[in-house]
Write a new protein. Structure first.
Length: 335
């Protein structure tokens, strides 16, 4: 019975993947252009064989409609083989967004070796959006192979891929992620190493940073003191959502250098959103030794920052009293 349940669960996951890919293909296919027949039939993969991603030239043309013979052969396959066939086709699509979708949904197949192999291959795709999707999937699949691939992706020349890899490593509790988020927040490399020159050049360009945030969907939910009107006022050329997300990601970085960067950001950063994010991270880090350094933030011109600073200081003060009561010294950084 347990084997039957496992088989049913795996079938359900594959069907979800099939559905997700089908939706992506439908939304990307032009509605007003006639279909262009192909002069040659596409090479078909055998059932359950997952090819490398990005093996065809990239363009936005729709997928070739299967011939009646191919459709009939497909219908004879089992549901499981049909699901693998759909994913195999998606990984070979000409459009990068379609390949990225196919790679991303492989994150549903936790524990499936063929999925891990396909995602690992996608990390060599020529398009950064596919590699970023691969980084996301590796973070969901986990394991030593995934972590090794993600470490390599931290050195990708495209910051979007490096950030996606860092975010995946963060989910896997790997401290290698923090150097990327530190660089995003401060514009500098921690310890003078960690990022390549092309990455740092883009991270120091506000317009490139803003474009990165909107292209890759790096989201950030305003904190308690940050009103909706203020958040809505953020311009599309503003890099603050990306840097605020980086501040949030540093919450559990045990390095005191990251804590110093967060305190400096909370007091001096030009963005209300980023100052609030830094205060939130500081509060959750729970180190009472920084209370006095946060005092200038209580005089901030923005009410949201002023209130957040006051709440953070009170929270840290409560933690200090608890530590004193239990006879423990204030911690210097997050463990």
């Amino acid at each position: 019975m347990s084997r039957l349940r496992f088989s049913f669960t795996k079938t359900l996951l594959l069907l979800v993947a099939l559905s997700s890919l089908t939706v992506a293909q439908q939304t990307s296919q032009p509605s007003s252009s006639p279909e262009t027949p192909s002069s040659a039939e596409p090479t078909k993969q055998s059932p359950n064989q997952i090819p490398e991603s990005g093996t065809q030239p990239d363009d936005s043309s729709p997928a070739t409609k299967p011939s009646p013979q191919e459709a009939a052969a497909f219908a004879k396959l089992s549901v499981i083989d049909q699901a693998w066939e759909v994913l195999s086709s998606g990984l070979q699509e000409q459009g990068a967004q379609k390949r990225a979708t196919a790679v991303r949904v492989l994150s549903l197949l936790i524990g499936e070796p063929k999925a891990l192999t396909a995602v690992s291959n996608a990390m060599e795709d020529p398009k950064p959006e596919v590699r970023a999707a691969g980084a996301f999937a590796l973070g969901e699949l986990g394991g030593p192979i995934a972590i090794k691939k993600l470490h390599q992706a931290l050195e990708d020349k495209e910051p979007s891929v490096a950030i996606a890899a860092a975010n995946a490593l963060l989910k896997l509790h790997d401290p290698a992620a923090y150097k990327i988020f530190y660089a995003v927040l401060t514009g500098n490399m921690k310890g003078g190493k960690g990022l390549i020159a092309s990455q740092m050049a883009q991270l120091k360009d506000p317009k490139q940073m803003a474009l990165l945030g909107f292209q890759e969907g790096i989201g950030y939910v305003p904190f308690a003191g940050m009103g909706y009107d203020a958040y809505r006022a953020i311009r599309k050329d503003d890099s603050s959502p990306v840097r605020a997300a980086a501040a949030k990601a540093l919450t559990h970085d045990p390095d005191p250098q990251s804590q110093d960067a967060l305190v400096q950001t909370a007091v001096t950063d030009r963005s209300e959103l980023v100052r609030n994010a830094a205060l939130d991270a500081i509060s959750k880090r729970g180190d009472p030794t920084v209370m006095e350094r946060l005092e200038p933030a209580m005089h901030d011109e923005k009410d949201s920052v002023k209130y957040s600073a006051a709440a953070t200081i009170l929270h840290l003060h409560d933690l200090a009293l608890q530590q004193k009561k239990h006879g423990s010294a204030p911690k210097s950084h997050v463990k």
